[in-house]
Design a protein around this ligand. Structure first.
Ligand code: GLC
Length: 619
């Protein structure tokens, strides 16, 4: 009887007049099949087209059948836009999509790479280089879950995270986006995908996209493959290695991501032995789709198909042809979408791009949209608004800061029996100095509010100076001077100093750096302060920097990486409420002429080896 009823239900719904694809009781594959057969070529190509919010609108989405919208780093509906303003924007695109003939919802993607970092007031977690130093995959899963909630709280179902690059050269401007230099460490950190998307049941087929409900998001493992292995760490450049090494060092984390049901994978700007990844049909289709069984969708990087040619977009038709035929399913255009749509339409009509390739791409895109529940709940869940920057998320970020810190040096000045750390909370007078001591933007780094990041009160959080003031006794006088000269320090009765210095924020190619020296203002402050005071130096950086010439001036040195909005985590450890647990996710080189130098290499001669990290109990 039940079978008969089910059959009857199927027949009722499956009739041409009924939209089986809109019936959530049907399997995803049945819904895809029903929808695909109804779609025109124009509607299919619209699904493959991702545009930036700056050129998107309800009308554009409706007119072109655009399937996907994103905001690039720093692109926002307003300065310091509140969650509901983001939701109104995304819902507006959705209204356009839902009013098309077939009503296929838009999927809106955003770079939530260390929290929901485009959104003012969102919790900003340590960048991946710090999370890798925590060696705590469960912590990272929890961060993924909290980030998913904040992304959903702005009406968005899709995050371009995690970056699972294995950065092999810290001269790369994106090295801080990598969990570390060691493949096994990066593999362990792919657990964040279970936080972002949810954990699929054991019966879930490997490689099939999985999104576990309305508080989870579609994740995006990036950038496939070898982005962290380019020559001298030059961003978007050439990874020259054997296929075996490419697989063992850079591709292995994708096996874990695919096994966890990652729904999308972003292709790398870089090349493998001179072949652009965005034009590499063997690696993209033969390996990733056919051999590794990835069944979600592949998305290009930002204007990445333009850069298949040099100069970029020299032959856009060739770029579109090559990238789509390589197996890329969704193109992050993101502005010149009419041109893209016209060219791809022409290529299909001429037979240069097969209908089956288009159908494969659209099948994958629809698979992810169905898996994400977008057809059932296309619009924002307004009840989540209070999750952005929620107190429990900030506490989680504070925990992550504590666990990410790496203690590189802890000693006592001559004449003192005790190491300087942990610091006394009851010292009568202390000095806090340095360019990064009281600057939320600098401690967050790139990909924060804006693409490149910035300095000052760019969002909501606690600076390290504020954290120190929160921690010491009422009777302790905390003197803050950003860049004191030597006279400021002398004979002023300071018990000790905390000097917080480091790199200015950067993202992508803007961060490529062949010298890796500590900015001179920081060195001057170390010299002026530490020459006459016991001092702890806290280094804010996206990677190891040249230390040897300066380290003898310091009594203690902490690598804080890019800790994010919750600076309280730094004070928690400096004052001994928690001990250091961090183990460096990177080799700390002595000189840049040693690079690239990674754990296991012949002639390995670091200042501090991969995995180094002291505790305060160690003498
Ligand atoms: C950027 C990055 C990529 C990011 C995308 C969208 O250039 O390479 O990681 O997801 O564009 O912002």
């Amino acid at each position: 009887m039940a079978l008969l009823l089910a059959l009857l239900a199927f027949l009722l719904v499956a009739g041409d007049g009924q939209m089986l694809y809109k019936d959530s009781r049907q399997s995803i594959e049945a819904r895809i099949k029903d929808l695909l057969r109804r779609m025109t070529l124009e509607e299919k190509i619209g699904q493959m087209t991702q545009i930036e919010r700056a050129v998107a609108s309800q009308a554009v989405v409706r007119q072109y059948g655009i399937g996907d919208v994103l905001n690039g780093g720093g692109s926002a509906p307003a300065e310091r836009a509140a969650p509901n303003v983001w939701e109104d924007m995304v819902d507006d695109y959705q209204i356009g999509a839902m009013s098309t003939r077939l009503g296929i919802p838009v999927i809106y993607g955003v770079d939530a790479v260390h929290g929901h970092n485009n959104v003012y007031g969102a919790t900003i977690y340590p960048h991946n280089i710090g999370l890798g130093s925590s060696r705590d995959p469960e912590l990272v899963r929890r961060i993924g879950a909290a980030t998913a909630l904040e992304v959903r709280a702005t009406g968005m179902p899709y995050a371009f995270a995690p970056c699972i690059a294995v950065c092999r050269d810290p001269r790369w401007g994106r090295c801080y986006e990598s969990y570390g230099e060691d493949t096994q460490l990066v593999r362990s950190m792919t657990k964040i995908i279970q936080g972002l998307q949810g954990s699929p049941p054991p019966s879930h087929p490997s490689g099939y996209p999985y999104v576990g409900g309305p508080s989870k998001v579609v994740a995006c493992a990036k950038h496939f493959v070898g982005d962290g292995g380019t020559v001298k760490g030059i961003d978007e450049n050439n990874t020259v290695t054997t296929y075996r090494q490419l697989v063992q060092v850079h591709m292995a984390p994708y096996l874990d991501a695919i096994a966890m049901g990652v729904s999308t994978i972003m292709i790398s700007y870089s090349s493998f032995n001179g072949i652009k990844m965005h034009a590499n049909r063997f690696l993209v289709t033969e390996v990733l789709k056919n051999r590794l069984g990835f069944q979600g969708f592949l998305i290009s990087d930002w204007e990445a198909i333009d850069r298949i040619t040099d100069p970029p977009k020299q032959n856009y038709t060739y770029s579109v042809l090559t990238s789509v035929n390589a197996g890329i399913d969704m193109i992050m255009v993101p502005f010149d979408y009419q041109n893209f749509i016209n060219i791809l339409t022409g290529l299909v009509k001429s037979g240069a791009v097969s209908q089956s390739r288009i159908d494969d791409a659209v099948t994958r895109i629809l698979r992810v949209k169905f898996a994400a529940g977008l057809f059932e709940a296309p619009k924002a869940n307004r009840k989540l608004n209070n999750k952005v920057g929620a107190e429990d998320h900030r506490e989680l970020a504070r925990e992550a800061v504590r666990k990410s810190l790496v203690l590189l040096k802890n000693s006592a000045r001559s004449g003192s029996s005790k190491n300087i750390l942990p610091l006394s909370k009851t010292a009568p007078k202390i000095l806090v100095a340095g360019t990064h001591a009281d600057d939320l933007g600098l401690q967050c780094g790139g990909w924060t509010i804006t693409w490149q990041g910035g300095s000052g009160q760019t969002t909501i959080g606690t600076t390290i100076r504020q954290a120190i003031a929160n921690t010491v006794s009422q009777s302790t006088q905390v003197v803050y001077e950003q860049s004191p000269d030597a006279n400021f320090v002398k004979d002023k009765g300071f018990s000790y100093a905390v000097v917080v210095i480091g790199e200015q924020p950067y993202a992508e190619i803007a961060g490529d750096n062949l010298n890796l020296t500590i900015p001179s203002q920081g060195i001057d402050t170390i010299r002026n302060v530490c020459s006459s005071l016991r001092c702890v130096v806290v280094l804010i950086s996206g990677r190891p920097l040249v230390l040897e010439p300066h380290i003898d001036m310091m009594d203690a040195l902490v690598a804080a990486w890019l800790p994010g909005s919750e600076g309280q985590g730094v004070a928690d450890v400096l004052f001994g409420d928690h001990d250091f647990v961090g183990k460096s996710s990177r080799t700390w080189f002595k000189r840049v002429d040693q690079l690239p130098m990674n754990v296991g290499d012949m002639g390995y001669d670091p200042l501090f080896p991969y995995g180094f990290g002291m505790t305060m109990r160690q003498q």
